[in-house]
Design a protein around this ligand. Structure first.
Ligand code: ACO
Length: 399
């Protein structure tokens, strides 16, 4: 690799790289991906081992602080997060000011931004205590905000967090529990959701993480950066794809069109239709996260007692696509979003909440990357160049 910033100073050349296909914006010690081989590791640990053995908060600590936590460190981290789940009562009014049909991702991002107003004097990026405290605050409060975004969409009353529960169990109760009735945690669902969240925790310089780092490079605080990251994640080419996959499957089912015919339309690029949940900028092989999700989809649906024909349709789509020259020649494989939606649906989450779940999963990665960016004092403000192709100088017409 070459340091283009030095080279461009020496030569006067500017590299034009649409979509940053070949431009590294940073060095990082957090996540390693080999897209050709389908490898993903966090701080050296393979994603398969973390998904099988670790907890969401343990991986969060690993990403943020660089090593697996000791039992004491993890216990203290968990305890602090439990103690910071409550939102200021005034912030709850914020939700009722938004339209009931608002997309939960817009609600999540706006409320995260609003959350920063309560901590504006405790969010100095140069104060390590503030940085660590806001890691706790965001990890504790974002799942609560996410559940309230879901409840707002359903028109249901909010529940207070129950801090005797673990991270994922608390989140499930806030989403599905109702006032005046005890909520029974389904351990199968809690374990499956925890694994999905772990699979989403970090993925190096994807669009939302790059957004978080770009905002961080200006000296903006963690709330501002994460709120921007949520917005970047919402697009259908990024995190919004999990929602788009379910809508696509539903549309194929409702239209009565065969899966093979749909794939033909994708190949002919009819109306720009894409196979959502397929393809990846970095993976030119099977996404290792998708492998794990696919392997657990049948098991989770069966354990939840759900039989969803959309899962069979997704498998048929994959089978047809993977044996087709169009997808083979372009190295298009299912990405992490292809099978997650079917599982979220079986758990009872509405389609509009799927990307919110992605955001809750990705939060530790954003916080880790924000911290790494902030600690890297060599880091400059992110400020890409452009190649100007507009008109040359001209005079304003005389009147
Ligand atoms: N369906 C059909 N064709 C596709 C797809 C797809 N899902 N993805 C890429 N292609 C085709 C493109 O049309 C292009 O074909 P061409 O050479 O004939 O023009 C070729 O494959 C290369 O695709 P690019 O768009 O150049 O690849 P890029 O790396 O820029 O895009 C992306 C990656 C955005 C993920 C793309 O594959 C896509 O749109 N996929 C569907 C949306 C999706 O699932 N996004 C989630 C990504 S993972 C994540 O964020 C968690």
């Amino acid at each position: 690799s070459i340091d283009v910033s030095t080279l461009s100073k020496q030569t006067g050349y500017t590299a034009l790289d649409y979509g940053f296909v070949n431009t590294a914006s940073t060095k990082s010690e957090i996540t390693y991906i080999d897209g050709e081989a389908g490898i993903l590791r966090h701080r050296g640990y393979p994603i398969e081992q973390l998904a099988a053995n670790s907890s969401f908060l343990e991986v969060a600590w690993l990403l943020i602080y660089g090593e697996l936590p000791t039992a004491d460190e993890l216990g203290e981290f968990d305890e602090k997060i439990r103690r910071h789940t409550l939102l200021h009562e005034d912030l709850k009014r914020f939700f009722s000011a938004l339209p009931s049909g608002a997309h939960p991702m817009a609600v999540l991002s706006s409320a995260t931004s609003a959350l920063s107003t309560y901590y504006s004097d405790q969010s100095d990026p140069d104060n390590p205590d503030h940085v660590d405290m806001n890691i706790i605050r965001l990890l504790a409060k974002l799942p609560v905000i996410a559940a309230y975004a879901h409840k707002t969409a359903n028109g249901q009353a909010f529940l207070y967090p129950d801090n005797s529960l673990g991270y994922v169990e608390n989140f499930l109760r806030l989403n599905f529990g109702v006032m005046s009735e005890p909520y029974e945690i389904n351990p199968v669902m809690a374990k499956a959701l925890e694994r999905l969240l772990i699979l989403h925790e970090d993925h190096e310089q994807n669009a939302s993480t790059s957004t978080v780092r770009l905002v961080a490079s200006t000296g903006a605080n963690q709330f501002a950066s994460v709120s921007a990251g949520i917005q970047a994640l919402s697009g259908p080419l990024h995190g919004g794809a999990n929602e788009a996959v379910l809508r696509m499957l539903g549309q194929i089912r409702d239209s009565g069109e065969s899966v093979a015919r749909f794939v033909e339309r994708v190949k002919n690029k009819e109306d720009g239709v894409k196979l959502m949940g397929f393809g990846h900028r970095v993976y030119k092989n099977y996404d290792p996260r998708a492998k794990i999700v696919k392997a657990s989809a049948d098991e989770v649906l069966e354990a939840l007692g759900v039989n969803d024909p959309l899962l069979d349709m997704a498998k048929e789509l994959e089978e047809i696509a993977l044996s087709d020259e169009y997808f083979q020649s372009r190295n298009l494989y299912p990405n992490v979003d292809f099978y997650t939606g079917v599982i979220y649906k079986a758990m009872g989450f509405p389609t509009s909440v799927f990307t919110v779940l992605f955001a809750i999963g990705r939060l530790p990665g954003w916080l880790a990357q924000w911290r790494e960016q902030n600690l890297d004092r060599q880091g400059k403000i992110g400020r890409p160049q452009q190649l100007y192709v507009g008109p040359a100088e001209r005079d304003y017409p005389a009147k």
